[in-house]
Design a protein around this ligand. Structure first.
Ligand SMILES: Cc1cc2nc3c(=O)[nH]c(=O)nc-3n(C[C@H](O)[C@H](O)[C@H](O)COP(=O)(O)OP(=O)(O)OC[C@H]3O[C@@H](n4cnc5c(N)ncnc54)[C@H](O)[C@@H]3O)c2cc1C
Length: 167
């Protein structure tokens, strides 16, 4: 006999079940149509020892002390810093493009206001915007488009900005 039936063992169902069972002493039946707990955040090691995120990559982070303390009862934390870098002309530069990217790529020391002027000076007017390439080139110019946007789009989405329409 159970006090509660919870359908779905993702974050929501799992936490609710734990709180009802351990927190309030209830008998809980937690069911899921999948063969594992964790919902979409589920991960597992394959035969080669590689950690696989079956439903897409997940990184859990929080700035809530309460959440941190609660989850810390069940898992260890590790320091984490998210840095995405593109390899361009022998340098590893931040992407998406920001002030630091432009300054390091061109050896400049622009301020954020000057960065807008820098983009404006390189932007190529496009009569009719038809593709994503048109959008980018008309805002930041062709050099940054070629060095960052074109290959990033090809790698990420297997198509070129020149063949994709802006959204
Ligand atoms: C690709 C991707 C990347 C993400 N990246 C992050 C990230 O980096 N960091 C982060 O914090 N969040 C991330 N999220 C969001 C995170 O996955 C969700 O916020 C979280 O999984 C939601 O938990 P949930 O319990 O509400 O739902 P779910 O995780 O969807 O769990 C619901 C569970 O209910 C089960 N279920 C549903 N209907 C039934 C039924 N009728 N009978 C039985 N079982 C049922 C499902 O099988 C599932 O296991 C990402 C999500 C996706 C899709």
């Amino acid at each position: 006999m159970f006090d509660y039936l919870i359908v779905g063992a993702g974050f929501a169902g799992s936490v609710l079940a734990e709180r009802l069972a351990a927190g309030a002493g209830k008998r809980v039946l937690l069911v899921d149509r999948r063969s594992h707990i964790g919902g979409n955040a589920y991960d597992h090691y394959d035969d080669a020892g590689v950690l696989v995120h079956r439903y897409g990559p997940h990184i859990f982070h929080t700035n809530s002390r309460e959440v941190f303390d609660y989850l810390g009862r069940f898992t260890a934390w590790r320091p984490y810093e998210h840095r995405v870098l593109a390899s361009v002309e022998g340098q590893l530069l931040p992407i998406p493009i920001n002030l630091d990217t432009v300054n390091r790529l061109y050896g400049l020391s622009l301020t954020s206001l000057e960065l807008e002027q820098f983009f404006a000076a390189r932007a190529e007017p496009v009569e009719a915007v038809r593709t994503s390439e048109d959008v980018i080139v008309s805002r930041v110019g062709r050099d940054l488009y070629t060095k960052f946007f074109r290959n990033y789009t090809r790698k990420q989405w297997a198509s070129t900005p020149a063949s994709s329409t802006p959204r």
